[in-house]
Design a binder for this molecule. Structure first.
Ligand SMILES: Cc1cc2nc3c(=O)[nH]c(=O)nc-3n(C[C@H](O)[C@H](O)[C@H](O)COP(=O)(O)O)c2cc1C
Length: 242
């Protein structure tokens, strides 16, 4: 993923946007530039084959639990698979990959697993975070992973800046699901991410997946489909204007 974020924007209107003008001649303010951002390449002969100049968005999934049949992990894998089918490149950091030392800001050394997580998030166009509700909040595993994102404070796109962030919470009751989702949204805001309008909550009391790991609850399936649509939609829309 050596490409920059702007590489999969369409060229439609971009000449005028770079010059601070709309196609209709209406003057507009120049859009803010972003550090480390390549200038937009504009075809002199018109819009051209827009699709062929788009790269695949890279979407990182973070979450799950240590349980072998973790519903949180399955939900995360399901929504990433949906987005992969829609053309995204996806990578999932589950409990094994997130088995990291407690984040220590004062210690500069980082293990290889932490560096892999940080590199993937830095290169990502969007993120999905899936956590169980543990005592009314996100799990320590997931929170520790988010704490590591502090190391991205000096990145060209700090933390989760400019990324749609889909959120999934699995709990055994509506109350913990709601409080956990709310807390997770606050953390994503603090990390400069854009939580999608829909946050998906699963009540794990009932059967959601079959023995083969297929999602069998139609309401849950519809929620993950909508989440995937919102993440992909935001990612493409954002790439057109920033
Ligand atoms: C330490 C711990 C704390 C939990 N706290 C709550 C809670 O406060 N409210 C709730 O509804 N469920 C709670 N649960 C249940 C989990 O949210 C639920 O089992 C969830 O589905 C676990 O996800 P998993 O299937 O991915 O492991 C807790 C489970 C554990 C292990």
């Amino acid at each position: 993923m050596g490409d920059t974020h702007g590489a999969f924007r369409s060229s439609a209107g971009s000449t005028d946007q770079v010059n601070g003008q709309r196609t209709g001649g209406e003057p507009i303010s120049p859009l803010p530039s972003r550090a480390g951002h390549r200038p937009v390449e504009v075809s002199p002969t018109g819009p051209g084959p827009v699709r062929s100049r788009r790269r695949r968005p890279m979407i990182v999934g973070i979450g799950g639990t240590t349980r072998a049949d973790s519903i949180t992990h399955r939900a995360l894998a399901t929504v990433l698979a949906t987005m992969a089918q829609a053309g995204a490149e996806t990578v999932l950091f589950g409990s094994a990959e997130l088995d990291l030392p407690m984040y220590a800001p004062e210690r500069p050394e980082r293990c290889a697993a932490a560096l892999r997580l940080l590199a993937a998030v830095e290169q990502s166009d969007a993120v999905v975070i899936a956590t169980p509700g543990y005592h009314g909040g996100m799990s320590g595993l997931v929170k520790n992973a988010l704490d590591y994102l502090e190391d991205l404070r000096g990145a060209p796109r700090p933390y989760l800046d400019g990324r749609a962030v889909g959120l999934i919470v699995c709990a055994q009751g509506a109350q913990a699901a709601g409080t956990t989702l709310s807390a997770l949204r606050s953390s994503v805001h603090a990390l400069r991410g854009w939580p999608t309008p829909l946050g998906v909550t699963f009540n794990t009391e009932g059967p959601l997946f079959d023995a083969h790991g297929r999602l069998i609850d139609p309401v849950a399936a519809a929620g993950l489909e909508t989440l995937a649509d919102q993440i992909m939609g935001f990612t493409y829309a954002w790439s057109q204007v920033i």
